[in-house]
Design a protein around this ligand. Structure first.
Ligand SMILES: Nc1ncnc2c1ncn2[C@@H]1O[C@H](COP(=O)(O)OP(=O)(O)OP(=O)(O)O)[C@@H](O)[C@H]1O
Ligand SMILES: [Mg+2]
Length: 426
């Protein structure tokens, strides 16, 4: 019988909307918390967060009665749409936040890689943070020293290792955080979508490292919106929606059902899609609307083979940096990515942060008949502000695959890169 290394028991987490549960801790408080916590083996999390009953209308349950177990050496993928509770689950497991009800037991040293901003002390240098994180994991100085060069080499941050991490770009932050989390040999590694940040070659390097960690028999919980990566890395998957477990089981089965559910959502959509506010997590810059047009500027979701598609995309809020870029992915009904595009990395096209409406032109569409869905991402300062999974859907209704009249472009990452344009509107 395999041993459970994590037991999650009726775990619930309630947030109050618009209210901070607690202020940031000082560095000293954080250290004291760490020192006082039993680090090496048994961690029990209990219902320490209390709310008054009269606040009920202002609360949301980010997690509701979640129970499951993870065995030692298992690589568990965690999937679910935006705002479904994935990050909250990892935050509770890594003790960044406390559960409202229920508890989780973790029988091993935990290292986590969550949002940019957790895990590092901003005033300390990269070097000092490596030692700090090692100490938190219960490692001796000599053990950390042995890993030090490997971590710095992997992170590719070179001479910036002696710079306070508050001066790091978010890309540098993620590189170092990933290098530390993966090299300091935790027994349980929690990773939240970090591979979405950074360039493709670094993402590949990270995936390779995660695979090494997995082969070394460690337990990994891995949150991602990228079903290709999930299929590649995980044998088991848990699908979370609205804070509840919808399904847990073998990767192929769960991912297939998840993707079917996403397609159903696209089916309901039309050529003007307003963003559901519940899907927007605490982001300061996000998509709020998309409209689909054909090349004659008619609103439609029906396209013929070789026709072009235009998306008019609206944004709300402001990114922290003054420029942003956008990406799109197109998925078929099997959940395979069939095409992608990126204004920044493919075309060096960046929008000023006060541009609130843009147009993406895609095509000629050289897809076979069937339904397709479009995912949109907005990137600024090396970080994804928003990922809109079911931004839009369209159908190819007539297909003449042997009569192409366009110049077929390159294939990349298994997807066909169609002609694409990115333009500012307002
Ligand atoms: N500190 C907070 N205060 C209030 N609500 C919060 C807080 N953190 C998360 N939430 C809410 O809890 C829900 C779950 O959020 P969570 O970040 O766990 O989702 P997620 O599955 O990680 O989403 P994504 O895929 O977009 O990263 C969302 O409705 C979110 O708005
Ligand atoms: Mg998240």
């Amino acid at each position: 019988m395999p041993n459970p290394i994590i037991k999650i028991n009726n775990l619930s987490k309630r947030y109050r909307i618009g209210a901070e549960e607690k202020g940031d801790k000082t560095f000293r408080e954080t250290i004291m918390d760490w020192v006082c916590a039993p680090i090496n083996n048994f961690i029990k999390l209990r219902n320490l967060t209390k709310f008054k009953n009269n606040d009920l209308e202002n609360v949301i349950w980010a997690l509701k009665d979640i129970s499951f177990e993870i065995n030692e050496g298992e690589v568990l993928g965690i999937i679910g749409k935006n705002g479904s509770g994935k990050t909250t689950l990892l935050k509770v497991l890594s003790r960044i936040t406390q559960p409202t009800n229920g508890f989780a037991e973790l029988y091993g040293r935990v290292s986590s890689l969550l949002d940019v901003g957790t895990g590092f002390h901003p005033e300390l240098t990269g070097r000092e943070n490596i030692y700090l994180n090692g100490a938190i994991l219960g490692m001796r100085k000599k053990e950390i020293e042995e890993k030090f060069d490997e971590i710095v080499a992997f992170s590719e941050i070179g001479k910036f290792i002696d710079t306070p991490v508050k001066r790091f770009s978010s890309g540098m932050w993620v590189r170092l955080a990933f290098a530390i989390a993966a090299h300091l040999e935790p027994e349980i590694l929690l990773i939240d979508e970090v591979l979405a940040v950074g360039d493709i070659s670094f993402q590949k390097k990270c995936l390779g490292k995660v695979q090494d960690v997995v082969k070394g028999g460690r337990t990994v919980l891995f949150v991602s919106h990228n079903m290709g990566v999930i299929r590649n890395l995980c044998k088991k998957v848990v699908w979370i929606d609205n804070g509840k477990v919808v399904q847990k089981g073998d990767v192929d089965e769960v991912v297939k059902d998840y993707e079917k559910a996403q397609m159903r959502q696209v089916d309901k959509s039309s050529y003007i899609i307003e963003r559901n506010p519940e899907e927007i997590k605490n982001s300061s810059f996000y998509f709020n609307r998309v409209e689909i047009f054909n090349e004659k500027n008619e609103r439609t979701t029906l396209f013929r083979y070789n026709e072009k598609l235009n998306l008019i995309i609206g944004f709300a809020g402001f990114p922290l940096t003054n420029k942003y870029s956008v990406e799109f992915h197109i998925y078929n009904e099997l959940g395979q990515m069939v095409s992608m595009g990126a204004s920044g990395s493919y075309h060096d096209k960046y929008f000023s942060s006060n541009v609130k409406k843009i147009k993406i032109g895609i095509g000629p569409l050289t897809f076979t008949s069937g339904r397709y869905r479009i995912l949109l991402k907005v990137l600024s300062g090396g970080r994804y502000y928003d990922i809109w999974e079911n931004a839009a859907g369209f159908n190819i209704i007539e297909c003449q695959p042997f009569k192409t009249n366009h110049e077929m472009s390159v294939f990349r990452e298994g997807a066909c890169i169609l002609q694409q344009s990115f333009d500012e509107i307002e």
